[in-house]
Design a protein around this ligand. Structure first.
Ligand code: HAS
Length: 542
C-alpha cells in the first residue's frame, strides 16, 4: 500500500485502538459490578459505563477499523488512490472523528446513558445524536472514496471482474449505506426533534423498527471484513489458494440481499407487529445463514486442499499441516472456531419459540461476545499483526508473533469463561442490561451469582488480553524494527471456475435488495402508522 494511503488507514486504526482501551476498561468495570463484589464510585453509574462500553466498542472501534481496513484493501488491490479519492477518505475520517468526540463528551458528562442501541423511549442530549449522525455521514464519505476507486478501476479494465477484495469492500459499503438510512431516519425525524423539544412525544415502535432495520445489517457490516480476511487473506498466509472466487462473491451478494429485511428477529417479542410479518422475516433470517454455511464450506475446502497438497492423509490429517505458529493465521483461526457455537446460538435466537426463552436475557450478551467480540475482533487483531507493520514500514518479530499467539489464547480463555457463563445464566433467566441485584432475596436470582462471578473472572482475563493487544499495536506502530511486512492477498485455486460478470451488475443486486426491503417492511410500517398510539414522552438522561 502506498505510504500516503497507509497513513489514512493508520489514522482510522489509532482511533479504533484508543476505543479498544477505553471500551475495554468499561467492560471490565461492567463485569466487576455485576459480580456484586464491587461498586462503582458515586459520580458514575452502571448505565453510563454500559453505554460507553457499547458505543465505543460496538460502534466506534468497529466502524473506524472496518473503514480503515477496507481503504487499505482497495488501495492495495485496485491501485493507489488518486488525490481526490484520498482527500475524500480524509474528509470522511475527520467527520467521523469529530462526531465520535461529540458523542463521547455527551456520554462522559452523563447526558446520554441510552445504551448503544439508543432507540426511544430513552432520550439523550441532542448533541449525542448529532455526533452519531456525523459518524455515519463520515463513514458514507469514506465509502464514497471506495466507490470512486472501484468505478475508476472498472473504467480502466472494461469487461473484467474487479479484484476480489475491492469487490468485497464495495459490497460491505453498499450494504452499510442502505442499512444506515434506517438509523438516519429515526435520528433525523424522531430522536433529534424530540430531544430538541420540537415535539413532545415519539412513537417507540417506529423508532425501534427503524433501529433494527439498521441493527441487523450492522452485525454483518462487522462480520464481512472478517470474512474478507478468511476468504482471501488467510489462504495466502497458510501458503494455499482461495477455493473459489465465484463462491466468495456469491456469498457476499447473498449478504447484501438478505441482511436488511430481517430486523424483526430482534423484535419477535414486541407487540404491534403482525406475526405473519415476523414469520416472513424469520424465513429471511434463515436465508442469511446460508452464506455463512458457504463460508464454512469454503474454509474447510481451502484448508483441506492445502493440507493434501502437502501430503496429508486421512480425514483430518490436513489439520496438522496448518501453520499453527503463525499468529496471522492462528489468531483468526480461534475466531473461526468460536464462530461455530456463535452461529449456532444465532440460529437459536432466530427461532421464534426459542427466542422466547432467551430474549432480553444475558444469553444474548453471550451470543454477541462470541460473534462480535471473539470471531470478528480476533480476526481484526490477526489482521493488525501484518497490516500495521506493513503500513508503518516495520516487521512483526518472532517475539511479537509469540506474544500475539499468547494474546489470542488469553482471549479465548477469558471469553470461554465470560461468554459461557453468560449463556448459562441466560438460560436460568438472568436479565441482560441490569446491574447486580439479589431481587429482594429471590432464590432464582441467587442461582445467577456464581455465573456472574465467572463472568468477572473472564472479564478480568479479557482485560489482560486487551493490554497485551495494545502493547503489540504500539510496538508494531512505533517501535518494531524497520523492514517490509507482506500484505498477503490470496490467489484463486487453479481448478476454480471463471468468475462470471453478473456479480458486477449492481442495478440487479441493488434492485433485488430494495424489492426485498419493500416487501418485508412496507405493510408492517403502514400498520404501525395507522395504529399509532399517542407516543411516549420518554425518559430523559440529561
Ligand atoms: Fe446475532 C442478537 C440471530 C450472527 C451480533 N446478534 C444479536 C446481537 C448482536 C448480534 C450484537 O434472530 C444483540 C443485539 C442487541 O443488542 O439486542 N445472529 C443471528 C443469526 C446469525 C447471527 C441467525 N450476530 C451474528 C453475528 C454478529 C451478531 C455474525 C456479530 C458480528 N442475533 C440473532 C437474533 C438476535 C441476535 C435473532 C436477537 C436476539 C434477541 O432476542 O434479542 C447468523 O448469521 C449466524 C450464522 C453463522 C453460522 C456459523 C458458520 C461458521 C463458520 C466458521 C467455520 C469454521 C472453520 C474452522 C472452517 C451458521 C463460517 C473450523 C476448523 C476446524 C479444524 C474444526
Amino acid at each position: 500500500v502506498d505510504r500516503r494511503d497507509g497513513k489514512l488507514t493508520m489514522a482510522h486504526f489509532y482511533v479504533a485502538f484508543i476505543a479498544l482501551a477505553i471500551g475495554g476498561l468499561a467492560g471490565l468495570l461492567q463485569t466487576l459490578v455485576r459480580s456484586g463484589k464491587f461498586q462503582l464510585p458515586t459520580w458514575t453509574g452502571y448505565y453510563q459505563i454500559l453505554t460507553l462500553h457499547g458505543v465505543v466498542l460496538g460502534l466506534v472501534l468497529t466502524t473506524f477499523f472496518i473503514m480503515g481496513f477496507q481503504l487499505a484493501l482497495v488501495s492495495k488491490t485496485s491501485g493507489t488512490f488518486t488525490r481526490k479519492q484520498r482527500l475524500t477518505g480524509w474528509i470522511g475520517f475527520w467527520t467521523m472523528t469529530i462526531g465520535t468526540i461529540m458523542t463521547a463528551i455527551m456520554i462522559l458528562t452523563n447526558q446520554a446513558s441510552v445504551l448503544y442501541t439508543f432507540y426511544a423511549p430513552l432520550q439523550a442530549h441532542a448533541l449525542f445524536y448529532l455526533g452519531l449522525t456525523l459518524v455515519i455521514i463520515g463513514s458514507w464519505i469514506d465509502g464514497a472514496a471506495i466507490i470512486m476507486a472501484y468505478t475508476s478501476w472498472r473504467k480502466a479494465n472494461p469487461g473484467k471482474p474487479s479484484p476480489l477484495l475491492t469487490f468485497m469492500s464495495l459490497v460491505n459499503t453498499l450494504m452499510w449505506i442502505v442499512a444506515t438510512i434506517g438509523v438516519a431516519a429515526t435520528v433525523l425525524f424522531q430522536l433529534l426533534p424530540w430531544s430538541l423539544g420540537l415535539v413532545d412525544r415519539v412513537d417507540v415502535l417506529v423508532s425501534r423498527t427503524l433501529f433494527w432495520y439498521f441493527g441487523h445489517p450492522l452485525v454483518y457490516f462487522w462480520l464481512l471484513p472478517a470474512y474478507m480476511a478468511w476468504y482471501a487473506i488467510v489462504p495466502k498466509i497458510i501458503g494455499g489458494k482461495i477455493f473459489s472466487d465465484s463462491l466468495a462473491r456469491m456469498s457476499f451478494i447473498l449478504f447484501l440481499l438478505f441482511s436488511i429485511p430481517v430486523g424483526f428477529h430482534h423484535q419477535l417479542m414486541e407487540p404491534g407487529i403482525d406475526p405473519a410479518w415476523k414469520f416472513l422475516q424469520v424465513i429471511l433470517t434463515f436465508l442469511v445463514v446460508i452464506p455463512s454455511l458457504m463460508t464454512a464450506f469454503s474454509l474447510f475446502a481451502t484448508f483441506e486442499m492445502y493440507g493434501r497438497s502437502k501430503g496429508s492423509t486421512g480425514l483430518f490429517g490436513w489439520v496438522k499441516k496448518l501453520p499453527w505458529g503463525d499468529a496471522r493465521f492462528a489468531v483468526p483461526f480461534i475466531g473461526m472456531l468460536a464462530f461455530i457455537p456463535a452461529g449456532a446460538g444465532g440460529i437459536i435466537n432466530a427461532s421464534n419459540q426459542l427466542n422466547q426463552v432467551v430474549h432480553n436475557t444475558i444469553w444474548v450478551t453471550g451470543h454477541f461476545h462470541l460473534t462480535l467480540a471473539t470471531s470478528v475482533v480476533l480476526t481484526f487483531f490477526g489482521i493488525s499483526y501484518w497490516l500495521v507493520p506493513h503500513l508503518t514500514g516495520r516487521v512483526l518479530t518472532k517475539a511479537m508473533n509469540k506474544l500475539a499467539i499468547i494474546q489470542g489464547v488469553v482471549w479465548a480463555i477469558g471469553m470461554t469463561f465470560m461468554s459461557g457463563a453468560m449463556h448459562a445464566a441466560g438460560l436460568l433467566g438472568a436479565p441482560r442490561r441490569s446491574s447486580f441485584s439479589t431481587y429482594g432475596g429471590s432464590e432464582q436470582a441467587a442461582e445467577w451469582i456464581p455465573y456472574q462471578i465467572a463472568q468477572a473472572v473472564g472479564g478480568t482475563i479479557l482485560f489482560l488480553g486487551i493490554i497485551l493487544m495494545l502493547y503489540i499495536f504500539v510496538n508494531l506502530a512505533f517501535f518494531a524494527p524497520k523492514g517490509e511486512e507482506e500484505f498477503p492477498v490470496g490467489e484463486v485455486a487453479d481448478q476454480a471456475e471463471k468468475t462470471p460478470m453478473v456479480f458486477e451488475n449492481w442495478k440487479l443486486w441493488l434492485g433485488i435488495t430494495v424489492l426485498l426491503i419493500l416487501f418485508a417492511y412496507t405493510i408492517p410500517f403502514i400498520d404501525m402508522i395507522q395504529n399509532a398510539p399517542i407516543g411516549s414522552k420518554g425518559y430523559k438522561f440529561f
